[in-house]
Design a protein around this ligand. Structure first.
Ligand code: GDP
Ligand code: GDP
Length: 437
């Protein structure tokens, strides 16, 4: 929980996303092994010498319009300030120092946390000299690196880990549900949180044991405690659409990462939009429990079929993610908001549920025999011999088979549906992995 966050900033084309991909590659592969997930390469996890951290790429942040450019860069750096525990400022060693680099460096000066200047595209030692040009930026920690071939990244990451504070990171299991209420601006996140807590959270200060710049709250519910992970805490006004969106995304994604179960709020009048889809994808990719709550239900004129029609529309958008529960609520009138909490608690339990190996095999193997995976291209039979569940935080099912490489995606989805049909796991994304026996 609460691993340090590194934000990568820099002008376009310096190699930010190349660096991001290299840092997060090994970590995302297992996680991306989920049916129905497409990639969105802005947020990722990385690990160096056993220490985990998170990486955010500010990639597409800079707007096209020239007159907004400077303001946008300023904001980009400000956002990085607020969200980052360290910054990677990337410049292009091949094209040399540009005015925009100087601009970014000036804005970075206020940043008191670790700040690394990465002179990228120094693909070989002979190119080390290109670093010299950049000392003018006045940033002490300067590294000539190659995002493409990994040159000097080891040294950089050693120093990064050294400079970060990992004291907040605990592997100690906290039995309390960490619940995040997320969604686009104005869908009713603060209203819902306030209704649940019975007071306006924005006027309370931090509680001990929560992260520094977020306001998490404790909800007491029938004798148990639930941590409401903050998202609504900070609002920004900006003329730059890209930045407003980016900021709200960063907040949302951080809250998502730090929670066990997420409630994605949708405005009943708007339905599911692109940004919601991105949040859903990320929740699934990170294997977080997920509930879709259609809020402002009080505003919808109802006849007997309305709820069904709404739910069906949302279901169509969800596609194969048919295990995600959909509930209609009103933060304003408090309609069904405690039902929502009950559901979240249930999903939290489902996510931790462990099915004993013998039970798993007894239930699934006969079904698999009835509908086995397709044969290999050379006509060899593919046999699944054995199934077991692993993973401490979310369900991972390992299916051991010969010729495991030939088991297609659609068959993995079939296996997932089988598990859900017999064993539940409502609202809980899972990993289906086929291994060599
Ligand atoms: P971004 O816009 O800052 O995210 O930059 P990209 O990661 O998209 O990279 C821009 C271009 O620079 C691409 O063509 C990359 O292949 C190239 N590039 C990135 N890193 C390196 C590097 O370390 N060495 C070289 N030679 N090219 C690089
Ligand atoms: P946030 O930006 O997601 O935190 O949204 P807010 O909680 O600030 O709510 C945005 C607006 O929607 C406010 O004017 C709220 O009063 C209104 N709102 C929130 N929930 C409901 C609801 O359930 N019903 C109605 N009618 N309005 C709501």
């Amino acid at each position: 929980m609460n691993e340090p966050v590194i934000v990568i900033v820099g002008r376009p084309n310096v190699g930010k996303s190349t660096l991001f991909n290299r840092l997060t590659r090994s970590k995302t592969s297992i996680v991306d092994d989920a049916p129905g997930v497409t990639r969105d390469r802005i947020y990722g996890e990385a690990e160096w010498n056993g220490k985990k951290f998170r990486v955010i790429d500010t990639g597409g942040l800079v707007p096209n319009s020239q007159d907004l450019f400077e303001a946008a860069i300023k904001e980009q750096v400000e956002i990085a300030f607020q969200e980052a525990d360290a910054i990677f400022f990337v410049v292009d060693g091949k094209s040399g120092l540009t005015p925009l680099d100087i601009e970014i460096a000036q804005n970075l000066r206020k940043f008191t946390k670790p700040n690394f200047l990465l002179v990228n595209k120094a693909d070989s030692p002979e190119l080390e000299i290109i670093k010299n040009d950049f000392y003018r930026l006045g940033i002490e920690k300067i590294y000539d690196i190659s995002a493409i071939n990994g040159r000097n990244l080891g040294d950089l990451l050693d120093d990064l880990i050294e400079s970060l504070d990992f004291s907040n990171v605990t592997d100690k299991p906290d039995p309390r549900l960490r619940l995040s209420i997320i969604g686009k601006p104005n869908v009713g996140k603060s209203s819902l949180v306030n209704s649940l807590l019975g007071y306006d959270r924005s006027i309370v200060t931090d509680i001990p044991g929560t992260t520094r710049d977020s306001i998490d709250s404790v909800l007491k519910y029938y004798g148990q405690e639930i941590i409401l992970v903050d998202t609504a805490g900070l609002r920004r006004k900006s003329k730059i659409k890209e930045n407003v969106e980016f900021f709200s995304n960063v907040r949302t994604f951080k809250a998502l990462w730090n929670s066990d179960v997420a409630v994605l709020l949708i405005d009943a009048q708007l339905g599911i939009e692109n940004q919601d889809q991105r949040i859903i994808q990320e929740a699934v990719r990170r294997r977080k429990g997920l509930i879709i709550a259609i809020n402002k239900w009080d505003l919808i004129a109802k006849d007997t079929n309305t709820a069904k029609v709404f739910e069906e529309a949302v279901r169509r958008e969800l596609g194969t993610l048919d295990y995600v529960p959909v509930i209609t609520i009103s933060a304003l009138t408090k309609q069904r908001i405690y039902k929502l909490i009950d559901l979240a608690l249930k999903i939290h339990d489902e996510r931790k549920k462990k099915i004993p190996t013998n039970q798993l095999n007894e239930i699934l193997l006969p079904e698999i025999q009835k509908t086995p995976p397709p044969a290999t291209p050379t006509g060899k039979e593919v046999k699944i011999k054995y199934i077991t569940q692993v993973g401490d935080h979310y369900p991972i099912f390992l299916f051991f088979a010969n010729e495991h490489k030939y088991v297609p995606e659609h068959y993995k989805r079939f296996l997932e549906r089988l598990i859900r049909k017999h064993l539940g796991f409502e609202g809980v994304p899972m990993t289906i992995s086929i291994k060599d026996k």
